[in-house]
Design a protein around this ligand. Sequence first.
Ligand code: ME8
Length: 515
Amino acid sequence: MADPFYITTAIHYPNGRPHIGHAYEMIAADAIARFQRQAGRDVLFQTGTDEHGLKMVQTARERDIPVRDLANEMSSYFHEMADRLGISYDRFIRTVDEDHYAASAAIWQAMADAGDLYLDRYEGWYSVRDEAFYDESELTGEGDDRRSPQGTPVEWTAEETWFFRLSKYQQPLLDLFAANPDFIRPESRRNEVMRFVEGGLKDLSVSRTSFDWGVPVPGSPGHVMYVWVDALTNYLTGIGYPDMTGDKAKYWPADIHLIGKDIVRFHAVYWPAFLLSAGVPLPKSVFGHGFLLTRGEKMSKSVGNVVDPMALADAFGVDALRYFFLRDVSFGQDGSYSPEAIVTRVNAELANSFGNLAQRTLSFIAKNLSGEFPTAGTVHEADAMLIEEVVIACAGFKSGFADLALSQGIEAWMRGVFACNQYIDAQAPWALRKTDPERMNAVLGTLVRAIRMLAIAILPVVPDSAGKVLDQIGATERDHAAIDDDGWYDRVAASDFRIAPPAPVFPRLELPAEA
Ligand code: ME8
């Protein structure tokens, strides 16, 4: 039985249309999910929308529409975006789903049964934009200009709410971090969270009475759950909680909760505390990726630099966008996006390097060998050396992706592509056609082998285009075991498969006129 692997993205607030940060997170999670499937893991991949809370209520009020209509409309844009970007999710969860209400009620009940919930009066600062409570000491600014650590406005709230005994979990959480250095990654986020917990934890207000757009608190009319309680529970809804014996239960504990750096506290402090209280095993790791900036600046509606990911996909193509994000941004750190940067990166590495390698090689075989794989030839040491470099490049990709060092993984892969291009220039098969056809055969065979390995390795990043290259050479097996399958070449060569004149797979990008 394949080893289960459960990866989740944050669920996104559908109070507006998706932006590039949302797209980035989905793409990164998707690449990891695809990679783990190739490695033979039995993957469950969940993404979706986080539809409750005051921010949704207020946005609906501003637009003068029912909040449910806002949620339905906006959630559908996230769902469409996921499909457009080739996100291979198993479930697109919405927190209005019926089973999610059941899971949220169950975790609430389990925390209540543990004696961790009590009624009291909450008075303090709340940021609607962050959907977060803050301690006075965390705020900056004065009077009406008080701001959260994320720079969002805060308002004073006072109401009767349920409290969760978060303070009780301070030491258990510190023990957890000490025993599992990889629970929070990257390291910088881990340090931040440790400092926060060491500073002392106050009990957390976990219900609201001033609005009703949320999951009702069991047995407490007038209270809805604080949006983060139900939001975090989506990860358990996805595996069928509270039934821990059903067909999806094997995926728990989750392997990776992939989220952005601004919500690490919720995932690395509140969530494990809720789970400890409810007696549910803890996820294995939380990874806080960085933020994407537009030309180095924070995206904001008022600055007018919020980028529509669908427009980018239309302008450059989905795979180009995926490649750029995963290659250009060092995973875990902030990254910057600009049309020029996408065009430069994608043209240099995909169009001019890998694309050109495949295109030159395959069209030459289609034209000069009627598409047949050459079987005999004069082998030189350079051939084995190239294959060795490609094997190392694929291994570098794999170890990068296994460690969530995505950009380094792709960089290692690129070294394999460069090695192929050096080889093709040095061996010059086009010239050998007349002078030494036997040597030409060996060179072309080596290149086809190398192209196949590189295309399989890069599939998680550019699934559509790398898939097309593999189609062009009749390579149907695409998991990691296939990379090492030495017999593949001879089997296809012996079959009646022929390489047809290939359509270019990685087009050269142009800067859009308005960019
Ligand atoms: O926080 N670059 O939802 P959200 C990269 N509903 N990532 C970004 C980003 C940017 N510029 N801006 C936001 C929420 N993100 C909650 C999550 S999970 C149980 C509930 C990331 O729509 C952000 O860090 O505000 C988060 O991981 C995700 O997008 C959704 O943000």
